[in-house]
Design a protein around this ligand. Sequence first.
Ligand code: CMP
Length: 136
Amino acid sequence: MSDVEHTLSIIKPDAVERNLEKNIKKIFFDKGFKIVNEKKIQIEKNEAERFYKVHETKPFYNDLCSYLSSGPIIVMVLEKKNAVLDNRKLMGATNPKDADEGTIRAKYGISIDKNSVHGSDSVENAKIEIDFFFKD
Ligand code: CMP
């Protein structure tokens, strides 16, 4: 079976600050995800800029990078069949006000910036993002 995938999930500063780590992990466990690697870290703004480089031309890039480096985050490697797409569905729309009921962002997101979680958007980017945080 080759359809087991890995994806990168980040619990962002707004959710860590509100002690939502356990609640969010429970949502992943209940949907059959395994956390196969994780760490709690705080990154520098220049690291956030490298991580979000794909957004560097966007008007929100500077605020986004300041925000991701503003406090502790939890980075996790999630494992599951179809992990990338299933995690995207479970997170909900980027803007919590557009997120479907039952999704993590609908439940916990505060705003489009403080949307509680990040998840890789493709299998290819998942590999890049996992390496970014876990390749030493
Ligand atoms: P994330 O999935 O981590 O990927 C990039 C982040 O940029 C996104 O979540 C949002 O938190 C943030 N962001 C801020 N403004 C926008 C916007 N207008 N469109 C998309 N993402 C935005």
